[in-house]
Design a protein around this ligand. Structure first.
Ligand SMILES: Cc1cc2nc3c(=O)[nH]c(=O)nc-3n(C[C@H](O)[C@H](O)[C@H](O)COP(=O)(O)OP(=O)(O)OC[C@H]3O[C@@H](n4cnc5c(N)ncnc54)[C@H](O)[C@@H]3O)c2cc1C
Ligand code: SF4
Length: 461
């Protein structure tokens, strides 16, 4: 059969969108990528980095409304930027275990070739192959070893030959592009021929019998409108936005759109050490501990991971109200922390919905997940104490940074939103390739699986 290049529109230039665009472009298609965010140039990244936290940055952002009765300390704004959340992430890149796919219509072996490709494209290597492990990471590793907690130096998408080891590597873009950056990759792809429409939003679509013929795009800077003819449309706007695009622009109205939101239940144990152990000029997220990953019934619980302290100022945001905050900036270099990431179970009622044009998150922590977190935090405390901590504080994370699951995969529009290939049910040429297609959240950081799944879906188009 002779190959016919297609006109393909990718909506969203985050981690999944940029990798999908690269794959389709390599496969010979004509690709346009559309995103309301700004292009993060090196200058812009430096500006944001100097402000230390994107909540205080000048980036435009999506407002998120969170129901008061649930997790109300969520970040209320997410940045709109080319590159998406991966411009602000910490680059830990661990594949899911095969058991995590039990609720998916595909198995890990379907993803394996794409895991490999994503690792190559994102320059992911085990952290000890990348750089010089810090003395603190070694201390934690050895404590974990003595406690039989199966420590290992996890894979990471940072090039430590250019990393400057700044005091924060979390919630800020890397101005030195040491961390994998979708926006940097997209700049390269743009020079090769991919069409990039930044600060642009798809506002409508012309459809005929379930097939999209073209999309209307508005430039947010000058309000100019254009029409793009398209053979295929792939939505990659992230799990909090994608449900509304397929509902409002492409008129899909299935029961599962926006439902089954998963966020990962997070928690931290902060340890206080007798002497300084955290240097302000060392990256500190090298090691994970996997012995408690499964419970006694073989169900996924989650992972314990070394966590970068957030900088002397931002640490205050994490300290519970009753503690004397000024003390923490003084003893900052005597503190370090471990993070726990809990695989939260999919629950139909946990969801994103729209009210007055604003995205609202409704999420109730499940009892089973809270138990898993309590267990992992207890183990994390043992590791940090074994490393020499005199005292510990436990905090509970409230982030929406790992959102997934709002357009899950399945058989038909009654049980899901897309089929196993990522194609939206009852639509000929509409696809979703971001974290919203996940059927489980997994017990580890999600980006590598998002990348692999996006490449798999792109390969089917
Ligand atoms: C501080 C932080 C630390 C993290 N650390 C890690 C880590 O160490 N390891 C890990 O695996 N994961 C980590 N993550 C999570 C990871 O970054 C995300 O899971 C991942 O980037 C999500 O990818 P995505 O492609 O689904 O969506 P995104 O990357 O969020 O991309 C969505 C894109 O869609 C665009 N968009 C929004 N609305 C629209 C619209 N209406 N139309 C078109 N485009 C739209 C956005 O501008 C954005 O570019 C972290 C996240 C954060 C914020
Ligand atoms: S620690 Fe390294 S990778 Fe992280 S922001 Fe700083 S320079 Fe970039």
């Amino acid at each position: 059969m002779s190959f016919k290049a297609k006109k393909i529109a990718v909506l969203g230039a985050g981690l999944s969108g940029v990798l999908v665009a690269k794959k389709l472009f390599q496969n010979g298609h004509e690709v346009s990528i559309i995103d309301p965010g700004i292009f993060l140039t090196s200058e812009k990244k430096k500006e944001i980095w100097n402000l230390e936290s994107f909540s205080r940055s000048k980036l435009s952002a999506i407002d998120i409304d969170v129901q008061k009765n649930v997790r109300h300390r969520y970040q209320k704004k997410l940045p709109l930027a080319i590159g998406g959340l991966a411009e602000f992430y910490q680059a830990v890149s661990i594949p899911f275990h095969e058991k995590e796919f039990s609720s998916w219509p595909i198995s890990k072996s379907d993803l394996d070739p794409f895991y490999k490709q994503a690792q190559e494209w994102m320059n992911i290597k085990p952290s000890h192959e990348h750089g010089n492990i810090s003395p603190l990471a070694k201390k934690l590793y050895h404590a974990g070893k003595e406690l039989h907690k199966d420590p290992y130096y996890h894979p990471i998408a940072i090039d430590f030959s250019t990393c400057r080891h700044c005091s924060i590597c979390n919630q800020v873009p890397c101005p030195w592009d040491a961390r994998f950056s979708p926006s940097l990759l997209l700049q390269e792809l743009q020079t090769q021929g991919i069409r990039v429409l930044d600060r642009s939003l798809v506002t409508a679509a012309t459809m005929k019998q379930g097939k999209i013929l073209n999309i209307k795009v508005t430039n947010l800077e000058n309000q100019k409108e254009s029409t793009i003819d398209t053979d295929e449309v792939i939505v990659c706007a992230g799990a909090l936005n994608t449900p509304f695009i397929i509902k409002n622009i492409f008129s899909c109205d299935f029961n599962h759109i926006g439902k089954n939101l998963m966020l990962h239940l997070l928690g931290n144990v902060i340890g206080f050490f007798p002497k300084p152990i955290t240097s302000k000029d060392h990256f500190e997220k090298w090691v994970s501990f996997s012995s408690d990953y499964f419970d006694s019934n073989g169900k996924v619980r989650g992972i314990i991971q070394q966590d970068q302290m957030t900088g002397p100022q931002r640490i205050l945001e994490y300290i519970p109200g009753t503690f004397p905050k000024s003390l923490f900036t003084k003893i900052y270099d005597q503190l370090t922390q471990l993070l726990v990431i809990v695989d939260d179970e999919s629950c139909f009622e946990n969801q994103v919905y729209e009210k007055n044009g604003k995205i609202c998150v409704q999420y109730q922590d499940q009892k089973k997940d809270l138990e898993k977190r309590a267990f992992l935090l207890k183990q994390a405390k043992k590791i940090i104490k074994k490393s020499g901590a005199l005292a510990t504080i436990t905090t509970h994370g409230k982030s929406i940074f790992h959102a997934c699951g709002t357009c899950r995969m399945g058989v038909n529009s009654l049980d899901s939103v897309v089929n196993f290939e990522g194609r939206v049910h009852d639509r000929d040429n509409l696809w979703i390739a971001d974290a919203s297609t996940f059927n489980s959240s997994g017990g580890v950081n999600p980006s590598l699986t998002i990348a692999a799944n996006a490449l798999r879906i792109a390969d089917r188009i």
